[in-house]
Design a protein around this ligand. Structure first.
Ligand SMILES: Nc1ncnc2c1ncn2[C@@H]1O[C@H](COP(=O)(O)OP(=O)(O)OP(=O)(O)O)[C@@H](O)[C@H]1O
Ligand SMILES: [Mg+2]
Length: 417
């Protein structure tokens, strides 16, 4: 059996294709459903029991995935053919070891390590691949940060090298606020309980017109890009997305070029170490007021703004990811929009605030209009803010689709008990 020709259809038989998810959130849940439809065996791991993807997998495990010893024991027990990191906080040394022992790490062990490290990713994108980015410097101390901020200029943004969802980030408007940004970055970084100082990136605040995600798929048939997704971000998290976004031909050409070049560069690294580099990537782009497009960062997995593709594409980003990692070919035709010409699809994140179990009622009213849909993630509890569901809709234009998805969300009665 080659990796391009995996055995499917006997998940409970003697030689199933065994897929292990590291992280069991709502995005992984959808990918697992797609893998199950193609007859793979799936185990979903996370740090707690009852995570969304664990509820749809054949088996699940609970462990600290940042702990190398625990992760190694999991690999030894499960013996996965394919390992799918769904979160960034994973002991990446163990991913590399697993890849060396023949497991297919998605998209590759090195890509996972590069993309969780803003410094390695930015150096690759700008300094090796020549992609346009906002001016930046890296700093390992408060003094270096001060010097870096002077070079990129104010206002600037300070981010820990390792963090996600806006944690530890701050916008700095003048030199007086640099100390606070350094402290914020040290506290918000991923491994804040470890002793070391976290390096940071300081970058110029880009004069944004809007932001785009270009889902880019690397498969056995090469690299293709999906239609760009527009979005609204709020406090570090996406709230609404829509596809296709409206853009000029010039912006589209720049966006496609940046997305393709970034993913080609990453996949080339994977190939060098004998890995596949297959999977969906979410390339985040800034479109500036002057119409130029900058590379921001890339997720080596389906992107949360891409949930809209459950409405807009016959093969959602989750179906595309499942196919790509199994070695199936994805061509430009596979990623085409499947909504009628001229229409737009939208997603609206349902973020719930409170403490306890979250019950959704009034779903009948919420979904009474045709052209609407809902995914309830079934997370066991909320403590503070948590994205618990997503509303989807199709409309005559972006405003109409967003309004319809927003109506679905608003019609829900959400009880926290
Ligand atoms: N240099 C910048 N100029 C303007 N806006 C920025 C800049 N950097 C970040 N932002 C804003 O903050 C958001 C989050 O930044 P970024 O994507 O770098 O961080 P993140 O923590 O990886 O976020 P996520 O995990 O949600 O993608 C961006 O989508 C953008 O809205
Ligand atoms: Mg981002």
């Amino acid at each position: 059996m080659t990796e391009e020709n995996r055995a499917l259809g006997t998940p409970l038989g003697k030689h199933p294709t065994r897929v292990l998810f590291l992280g069991s959130g709502e995005l992984g849940k959808e990918v697992i459903i797609e893998l199950m439809r193609l007859g793979a065996w799936v185990c979903a791991a996370d740090s707690y029991t009852g995570a969304p993807a664990q509820q749809v997998a054949h088996e699940y495990r609970v462990l600290d995935m940042a702990n190398a010893t625990e992760l190694r024991a999991l690999f030894d027990e499960i013996k996965p053919d394919i390992i799918v990191p769904e979160v960034e906080a994973i002991a990446t040394s163990e991913l590399a070891a697993a890849a060396e022992h023949g497991a297919q790490v998605v998209p590759s062990a090195e890509i996972a390590a590069i993309c969780m490290d803003r410094e390695r990713l930015r150096v690759l994108a700008h300094e090796e691949l020549g992609l346009p980015t906002t001016p930046y410097r890296f700093a390992g101390s408060l003094e270096e940060l001060r010097a870096g901020a002077e070079i990129v200029g104010y206002p600037c943004v300070v981010k820990p090298i390792m963090s996600s969802s806006g944690h530890g980030q701050s916008v700095v408007r003048s030199a007086d606020a640099i100390d606070a940004a350094w402290t914020e970055a040290q506290e918000g970084r991923r491994a804040h309980d470890e002793g070391d100082v976290s390096r940071v990136i300081v970058e110029a605040l880009a004069p944004l017109d809007y932001e785009l995600t270009v889902l880019t798929v690397s498969s056995s048939a090469g690299i293709v890009t999906c239609s760009p997704i527009g979005q609204r971000q709020e406090s570090g998290d996406y709230r609404e997305s829509w596809q296709p976004a409206s853009f000029t031909q010039d912006v589209l050409a720049q966006a496609q070029h940046i997305a393709r070049t970034a993913v080609e560069g990453l996949v080339a690294k994977a190939r060098k170490s004998g890995e596949k580099g297959w999977g969906v990537f979410g390339v985040e782009l800034f479109v500036l007021i002057n119409g130029s497009v900058l590379f921001n960062e890339v997720s080596p997995r389906p992107h949360d703004t891409g949930m809209v593709t459950m409405m807009s594409q016959r093969l959602s980003e989750f179906a595309l990811h499942a196919r790509a990692i199994l070695g199936l070919p994805i061509t430009q035709e596979h990623v085409a929009l499947s909504i009628p010409e001229g229409t737009v699809a939208a997603s609206h994140a349902i973020v719930v605030q409170g403490n306890g179990e979250v019950e959704f009622r009034n779903v009948a009213t919420a979904l009474s209009k045709p052209g609407t849909d809902l995914r309830i993630f079934a997370k066991p509890e909320v403590h503070g803010h948590r994205r618990m569901a997503v509303a989807l809709a199709i409309g005559s234009d972006a405003a109409d689709a967003r309004a319809k998805a927003g109506n679905v969300a608003e019609s829900l009665e959400i009880d926290i008990a």
